[in-house]
Design a binder for this molecule. Structure first.
Ligand SMILES: *Cc1c(COP(=O)(O)O)cnc(C)c1O
Length: 223
């Protein structure tokens, strides 16, 4: 695998997508998802100029966090988090992307020693198999989350269904953007909602078109 070539191709595609959308390339953060590879390979990838690392499972997150401790990285936990594992990991996480229940937020609030930047996961497509809050639930959820001062809601995260068409992707991403902007406008304390985490290897260009500020890219680095 030629990591430098893959990294350059991904970052070039991100830059092109940003420019097409009249956005600064600096407004899009690329999270390199390392769940497919071990720490030694992740280290090779990081050497090409990676700043953000994402893992979707607690055990693998902690393993990489230990092995890459000296690399000055920003650490993203992007996958579902079980309540009983919160205490093991939450204080090592810079951004948690998958806040999908109020009870999980309560546990994070209890275990965190500092405010944790969290993305509220929304299930825009209303797929039953997907995690995340339905759009209609969000008002009530925000009311419940007010009490948790260690849960800082920096943005929304969404995932599109695997089989989504271009048109469905556009719909999901633009709806997420609209929702995110409406939340920013509310100016709620500890809930800035300025960020949008959406876009993976297959759809990041479209996500950037619709305002994504964090793309989570795995497969495209390991070709
Ligand atoms: C694996 C994963 C990604 C990366 O997906 P690719 O298609 O490999 O780029 C992004 N987000 C989450 C939550 C993931 O689990």
């Amino acid at each position: 695998m030629n990591f430098q070539k893959n990294k350059d191709a991904v970052f070039q595609a991100v830059q092109t997508a940003a420019e097409k959308a009249y956005r600064s390339p600096n407004s899009v953060n690329v999270i390199a998802v390392t769940k497919y590879v071990d720490s030694s390979i992740a280290k090779e990838l990081v050497k090409t100029g990676i700043k953000h690392i994402g893992e979707n499972r607690v055990d693998k997150f902690l393993n990489k966090y230990r092995e890459l401790a000296d690399q000055h990285l920003t650490w993203h936990l992007i996958g579902t988090l079980q309540r009983r594992k919160v205490k093991d990991v939450i204080n090592y996480v810079d951004y948690f992307h998958a806040l999908d229940s109020v009870t999980l937020a309560a546990e994070i609030n209890k275990r965190a020693t500092k405010p944790i930047k969290c993305f509220l996961q929304v299930n825009i497509s209303q797929e039953e198999s997907k995690h995340g809050f339905l759009v209609d639930e969000i008002d009530n959820v925000l009311e419940d989350l007010k009490a948790y001062d260690k849960v800082e809601l920096v943005g929304l995260m969404t995932m599109a269904p695997f089989e989504a068409s271009q048109e469905e992707l556009e719909q999901i991403f633009s709806e997420a953007k609209r929702l995110q902007e409406s939340l920013v406008a509310r100016q709620l304390p500890n809930m800035p909602f300025t960020e949008l985490s959406m876009g993976m290897s297959g759809d990041f260009e479209l996500a950037i078109k619709h305002g994504s500020s964090f793309v989570r890219i795995g497969t495209a680095f390991y070709k």
